[in-house]
Design a protein around this ligand. Structure first.
Ligand code: URA
Length: 213
């Protein structure tokens, strides 16, 4: 079966996430409240893979990493390393453009507590596999956190254990280089587990690899 790179906004595959979406239509009125599509350049050589839309972030605005704490560090870093142009203003109509970069999520619907279940990751993985496959010039994948890293490996037909965990790890996965970073969630940035310098170093490495290709 040919799976598209993007889930339909009203994707029915995960009953728990559909229930959460319906509840969010009441608690986040006027929000997007659906499976959030990837954002960026369809010819990108860099793909950034997050975890899942935040309830009050991407789930509300309809654009990955837009409107919650995680987005500020991600978009500021992409601007600094030349993978974005414009200014990030936490709104999908801020005019920000990604250059040579696509942002997607391992799971496309907001999960309760930001924690997708294993089954939900598996249900959504074909979309991730198609998303990566549909990028004809893809070279480097930045995985944000362990759920992202494991799902990317499995989407590429590899064992989840094939990669190297930990911030700053780098490994080959099929034709791609994977750079793993801690997730840029407020939980990690507020505690100092992930600093702006640590995060930027990952994207500088992506820049070096892409420029050398
Ligand atoms: N927003 C997203 O789109 N993905 C994440 O992983 C976190 C916030």
């Amino acid at each position: 079966m040919n799976v598209p790179a993007e889930a339909p906004a009203d994707c029915p595959l995960c009953p728990r996430l559909v229930t959460y979406r319906e509840a969010n239509k009441v608690s986040v009125p006027g929000g997007f409240n659906g499976a959030v599509a990837s954002f960026g350049d369809p010819d990108a050589r860099l793909c950034v893979v997050g975890l899942a839309p935040g309830r009050m972030g991407a789930n509300r605005t309809g654009r990955p990493f837009t409107g919650d704490g995680a987005g500020w560090m991600l978009y500021e870093t992409l601007l600094k390393t030349g993978f974005a142009r414009g200014a990030y203003a936490a709104r999908p109509d801020d005019g920000l453009e990604l250059i040579d970069c696509m942002i997607t999520n391992a799971v496309r619907c907001a999960p309760p507590g930001n924690k997708p279940e294993t089954k939900e990751e598996a249900n959504c993985r074909p979309f991730l596999a198609s998303r990566l496959d549909a990028l004809p010039r893809l070279k480097v994948i930045v995985t944000l956190g362990d759920v992202s890293r494991r799902n990317v490996l499995r989407a590429l037909g590899l064992k989840a254990s094939a990669g190297i965990p930990g911030h700053g790890s780098e490994f080959e996965a099929g034709p791609y280089t994977v750079l793993n970073s801690y997730h840029c969630s407020r939980l990690n940035t507020n505690t100092g587990r992930l600093t702006a310098e640590m995060f930027e170093a990952v994207f500088q490495r992506a820049r070096t690899l892409i420029d050398a290709a």
